[in-house]
Design a protein around this ligand. Structure first.
Ligand SMILES: Nc1ncnc2c1ncn2[C@@H]1O[C@H](COP(=O)(O)OP(=O)(O)O)[C@@H](O)[C@H]1O
Ligand SMILES: [Mg+2]
Length: 358
């Protein structure tokens, strides 16, 4: 059993004037696949470096219940892969064996370990090549191999695929996924790419401006974003956000209205204004007028690929705009459509804090 716990962790690079991380509480309570996801500058690398023990911080970090304040990186059972790959100017083979050169095992065992990692990562044919002369994708693979050979309990990966072209990125992503399946470790994967986070983790910490906005399973992050930032950041396109008012026990949006979902009744009895979030995948369409369907104009359509399209819709009198995702083979730009909002897909957020209210 391995665990990492952060308690009220903050970090400032300018002596407390501004904070790159603000009051982070986070618990990774067992081996598994985690990721830190958020826009550039939100604090992902800072958080990873604090876990690695290479940055000063306020608050506490615990591994398996032990306070890590004075434990250096060498004693943390951690391997880290940086965004720009670190390889030594020597052969791939020598790079791979380097982290275990002083290990108390026979040369034969070490060679076997190098061979295993090389096979796993597809480096077998370039073991004799000079690592620093390889292309970025191969160098990144070597860096990954060097971090794996250490056999540490915790593997920290900081945007390892960012500088690699799309096709090779996909291949490497698959390799990382395979390693995750084979190794019992805590994987913490840092990325600004939601597809990578969804592929390579079970739980995602969505970060914004030095805070963790939601740390949850990927299903809940998609289905029940705790904050509109998460709803909008995750998804392609992100969640629809509409401003609404409560009138006569219903949610009003100027040119259409919806019933209040039961779980939000209590909140909306006390708050007259709110924001509504709804995923673009969840609407139901009709080409003709129907009960509980509202008139929208389809103003534009974009192909997303593989037959999936994004519809850009404006409500009857133009007060509300929506995006919808689906195949919609029979809807054309310029047409009228009737849209239904399934009540179980509606999420209500506080107008000011933009936090989900129930
Ligand atoms: N060495 C540093 N000195 C000063 N400010 C830094 C340093 N590293 C990062 N920052 C600042 O801290 C914030 C978080 O940065 P970082 O953790 O690198 O974000 P991310 O990895 O999410 O892009 C940013 O505002 C960044 O400018
Ligand atoms: Mg970074």
């Amino acid at each position: 059993m391995s665990s990492i716990e952060l308690k009220n962790v903050s970090c400032s690079y300018d002596g407390g004037k501004t904070y790159a991380l603000k009051n982070i509480d986070m618990s990774m309570d067992k081996e598994g696949r985690y990721s830190l996801l958020g826009p550039s500058g939100c604090g992902k690398t800072t958080l990873l470096k604090i876990i690695a023990g290479i940055l000063e911080y306020e608050g506490e970090v615990f591994f398996n219940g032990e306070n890590m304040r004075d434990v250096p990186i060498e004693e943390r059972d951690i391997a880290m892969v940086f965004q720009s790959p670190v390889v030594y100017p020597m052969t791939v083979y020598d790079n791979l064996i380097f982290p275990i050169r002083r290990k108390n095992s026979s040369m034969k065992e070490k060679e076997k370990k190098v061979q295993e990692i090389a096979d796993l990562l597809g480096l077998g044919s370039i073991l004799k090549a000079q690592a620093h002369k390889l292309g970025p994708a191969e160098m990144q693979t070597v860096a990954l191999g060097r971090s794996l050979i250490k056999d540490a309990k915790i593997l920290l990966l900081d945007e390892p695929l960012t500088s690699i072209e799309a096709e090779k990125r996909l291949i490497l992503r698959t390799k990382i996924k395979r390693i995750q399946e084979e190794e019992q470790k805590i994987f913490i994967y840092v990325t600004h790419d939601q597809t990578e986070a969804l592929t390579l983790s079970d739980k995602i910490a969505v970060m914004d401006d030095g805070r963790i906005v939601q740390f949850d399973t990927k299903e809940r992050i998609y289905d029940r974003p705790a904050h509109l930032f998460v709803g909008y950041f995750m998804g392609s396109p992100g969640m629809n956000i509409l401003e609404g008012k409560v009138k006569a026990g219903r949610m009003h949006f100027r040119d259409f209205e919806l019933p209040i979902p039961p779980e939000y009744k209590e909140y909306l009895a006390k708050h007259g204004e709110f924001k509504l979030g709804m995923r673009p995948e969840n609407f139901i369409f009709s080409k003709t007028e129907k009960k509980d369907f509202f008139l929208f104009n389809c103003i534009d359509i974009q192909e997303k690929g593989e037959g999936v399209r994004v519809l850009y819709l404006k409500s009857k009198d133009g007060y509300n705009e929506l995006k919808a995702v689906g195949t919609f083979a029979d809807i054309k730009a310029g047409e009228k459509v009737w849209v239904h909002f399934p009540i179980e897909e509606l999420r209500v957020y506080d107008k000011k804090s933009e936090q989900i209210v129930a």
